[in-house]
Design a protein around this ligand. Structure first.
Ligand SMILES: NC(=O)c1ccc[n+]([C@@H]2O[C@H](COP(=O)([O-])OP(=O)(O)OC[C@H]3O[C@@H](n4cnc5c(N)ncnc54)[C@H](OP(=O)(O)O)[C@@H]3O)[C@@H](O)[C@H]2O)c1
Length: 324
């Protein structure tokens, strides 16, 4: 694996260039501020009446309407939600400079053909592997967040060097940039969201909590056992790997994990994981996301409301003091 660090990357391809960041949300805010602090000429492009404009200006950033920001930029970074990319690209295409670079932090919209970039544009990916809040805090601590990089379209012959210089300027090359592709990044990310960290793990916690409560255990004890310990194992895995984590827990916990883990995550779970990956690759999730946006996010809103009404959430509020 080629892990590129600051010392391997020439920052010059971004010198004297202007970067337009479209969107000032989770990633937009972090990337705009990191670029600014790295000495890059940044403009944040927002729609008229955007509630984020004041915040970006107060942080010392230049803000303009999307159209003006795009017209003035050599590099344009799409940091609005993925399901908006198709419409946003249609809006900005007439204003993109000939030979400009168009960047993404997730491969979904390009991988699943929601947009097709003009042939004169460079198209690259810098996908930090974590949320924007952490991307920003790591940068201010002098550290960085690992990121995947890729080039989908190299119209000018300089796409690679612009992508890498961009990854360096937002601080990711302090930790390392790993070569990937839009397809690999999008498919792996969407798979993980559904099947592992963001989909599978919370459902496992909820199922464990419900099982203990149904078995007569108090909700508080069930919560502390099934949910409250998650950060401890996450920290241990980050610091030591999975095998190293097992070596530092008690023999009791280690034997329990050995006997129980594979019984719960059995062959049927792995089969459904393979189904999820196949569906992601067929573009079924990308279609669901577009439909969700078209419906005004109705399914997501009702899921959020339902999730807040569970016994588990009530217990969380009690234990965290949120209810007092
Ligand atoms: N969330 C993460 O930390 C994370 C991590 C890795 C990669 N990514 C990728 O980064 C990209 C941005 O994700 P995000 O989570 O940062 O997005 P986000 O927080 O939801 O983005 C919000 C921003 O997008 C703007 N926006 C929303 N709809 C728009 C529209 N129709 N036209 C123009 N601007 C619009 C909003 O403008 P207003 O201010 O006007 O509302 C706001 O500034 C995505 O490709 C995502 O997959 C995100």
């Amino acid at each position: 694996m080629d892990l590129l660090k600051d010392a391997d990357i020439d920052p010059a391809p971004l010198a004297g260039k202007r970067v337009a960041i479209l969107g000032y949300g989770n990633q937009g805010r972090a990337q705009a501020l990191n670029l600014h602090d790295s000495g890059i000429d940044v403009v944040v492009g927002l729609r008229g009446g955007s509630g984020s404009a004041n915040e970006a200006q107060a942080a010392g950033l230049q803000v303009d309407l999307i159209e003006n920001a795009v017209r003035s930029a050599d590099v344009v970074m799409m940091l609005a939600p993925d399901e908006i990319h198709a419409a946003l690209y249609r809006e900005i295409e007439p204003h993109l400079r000939e030979g400009a670079a168009l960047g993404f932090s997730h491969g979904l919209s390009v991988r699943f053909g929601l947009l097709r970039a003009r042939p004169d544009l460079d198209v690259y990916l810098i996908a930090p592997k974590g949320p924007g809040t952490a991307l920003r805090s790591l940068y201010t601590e002098g550290k960085g967040m690992i990121a995947l990089w890729a080039v989908e379209q190299d119209a000018t012959g300089h796409a690679r060097e612009i992508a890498l210089a961009y990854g360096r300027a937002i601080g990711c090359a302090r930790a390392g940039l790993i070569a990937s592709s839009f397809a690999e990044e999008a498919e792996a990310d969407l798979f993980n969201e559904q099947a592992v960290v963001w989909g599978g793990v919370p459902e496992l916690l909820i199922a464990g909590f419900d099982t203990l409560v149904a078995g007569g255990v108090s909700p508080e004890v069930a919560y502390l056992e099934c949910v409250g310990e998650l950060h401890l194992i996450a920290e241990l895995i980050e610091a030591r790997g999975i095998a190293g984590m097992r070596e530092v827990i008690s023999n009791t916990a280690e034997l329990g994990a050995f006997l129980g883990g594979k019984r719960i995550v059995d062959a049927s779970v792995r089969r459904r994981m393979a189904e999820v990956l196949a569906e992601v690759r067929e573009g079924r999730f990308a279609e669901e996301l577009s439909q969700e946006e078209a419906s005004g996010y109705s399914r997501l809103e009702s899921a959020r409301a339902q999730a807040r009404e569970t016994k588990l959430e009530e217990t969380y509020r009690k234990l965290s003091g949120e209810d007092q």
